[in-house]
Design a protein around this ligand. Structure first.
Ligand code: G
Ligand code: G
Ligand code: MN
Ligand code: NA
Length: 254
C-alpha cells in the first residue's frame, strides 16, 4: 500500500514524470497539442499510474503540490519543444477539483507561463464532472477568472457522469472531450453514433470545440470526421509517449 509518506517522498525525490499523448486535428490528422499524463517512476515498484495514487493525493492534499509540479514541468516542456521546432502546440493539463479551486492556482499558472514564455491560450485545463460536486458559485467564478486570464477550460470524460449538461448550462468552457466509452462503440452500435452526433451538434450550437477520446481505429476516425468533431486523441494516432520518443519521432519525420 502506498502511503502519504511514500507520495511526499516521491515528490521530494523528483520521481514523477509526464508522458504526452498527441491530439490531432480531425480533418488533417496533424498534431495540434499534447495531453500531459502523470506517471510515478518508483525505484522499487516501477512505473505507477495515476489510478493508483491520485485518490491518495486528493485525500492528503498533496494533489496541489503534485499538480503544481505538473503545470511547471509541462509548460517548460512546451518551451523546450518550441526551441527544437515543435511549435504552436497546446498543452492539456488534468486538474483535480481540489487543485482547480485552490486559491493559488491562477497565480501559479501565470508564473509558469511567464517563465516558460508561452501564451495562456496554449494551456488547456481539463476538469471532470466531479468539479460539479463542489460549490457551483465557486466553480463558476473560478472558470470565469481563468477564462478572462486567457486559459481554455475543457470538460474531460464528457457524457460519462450524471451532471454533464449542468456544466454547459453554467460553466463557460471552451471544449468538451467525448468520453471514450462512446467512441469505442462507434461503428458497432448505432445508439452510440447517435449520442456522439448529438454531443457534437450540441457543442456546435454552443460554440464549443470537441475532442473525441480513445480513437483506436480508422473507422472511428472516419465517422468522427463525418460528424464534424474538432480534434482527436487515441491509440490509433499514438499512445502517451515519453519526451525522448516524441523528440526522436520529430527528428525522423518532422
Ligand atoms: O493514462 P492514464 O492512466 O494516465 O490516465 C488516467 C487518468 O488519470 C486520466 O484520465 C486523468 O484523469 C488522470 N490523470 C492523469 N494525469 C493526471 C494529472 O497530472 N493530474 C490529475 N489530477 N489527474 C491525472
Ligand atoms: O484524462 P483522461 O481520463 O481522459 O485520460 C486519458 C486516459 O485514456 C489515459 O489513461 C490514457 O492512457 C487513456 N487512453 C488514451 N487513448 C486511449 C485509447 O485509444 N484507448 C484506450 N483504451 N485508452 C486510451
Ligand atoms: Mn484528460
Ligand atoms: Na477522459
Amino acid at each position: 500500500m502506498l502511503s502519504e509518506m511514500n507520495l511526499r517522498k516521491g515528490l521530494d525525490l523528483n520521481e514523477f514524470e509526464l508522458h504526452y499523448q498527441p491530439q490531432v486535428n480531425c480533418r488533417t490528422g496533424e498534431v495540434v497539442g499534447f495531453e500531459a499524463l502523470l506517471r510515478w517512476r518508483h525505484p522499487e515498484r516501477g512505473l505507477i499510474f495515476p489510478a493508483d495514487f491520485i485518490d491518495l493525493a486528493e485525500s492528503t492534499g498533496l494533489i496541489t503540490p503534485i499538480g503544481e509540479w505538473v503545470i511547471k514541468e509541462s509548460t517548460m516542456q512546451i518551451n523546450r519543444w518550441k526551441k527544437i521546432g515543435i511549435d504552436n502546440v497546446s498543452i492539456s493539463i488534468n486538474l483535480s477539483p481540489r487543485h482547480f479551486l485552490h486559491h493559488t492556482l491562477p497565480f501559479y499558472l501565470d508564473k509558469c507561463i511567464t517563465e516558460a514564455g508561452i501564451k495562456a491560450e496554449k494551456v488547456v485545463l481539463e476538469i471532470t464532472e466531479n468539479v460539479a460536486l463542489e460549490d457551483q458559485q465557486a466553480v463558476t467564478s473560478r472558470i470565469n477568472l481563468l477564462k478572462d486570464m486567457g486559459y481554455a477550460i475543457s470538460i474531460d470524460d464528457f457524457g460519462k457522469g450524471y451532471s454533464a449538461f449542468i456544466y454547459l448550462q453554467h460553466f463557460p468552457v471552451r471544449e468538451i472531450k467525448i468520453d471514450r466509452e462512446f467512441i469505442s462503440e462507434l461503428g458497432n452500435n448505432s445508439k452510440s453514433t447517435g449520442i456522439v452526433q448529438t454531443i457534437i451538434h450540441l457543442a456546435e450550437m454552443l460554440g464549443l470545440r470537441t475532442i473525441g477520446e480513445g480513437v483506436e481505429t480508422k473507422e472511428q476516425w472516419d465517422i468522427l470526421k463525418q460528424l464534424g468533431c474538432s480534434d482527436l486523441q487515441g491509440y490509433y494516432f499514438s499512445r502517451p509517449l515519453e519526451v525522448d520518443v516524441i523528440n526522436k519521432l520529430f527528428e525522423e519525420y518532422g
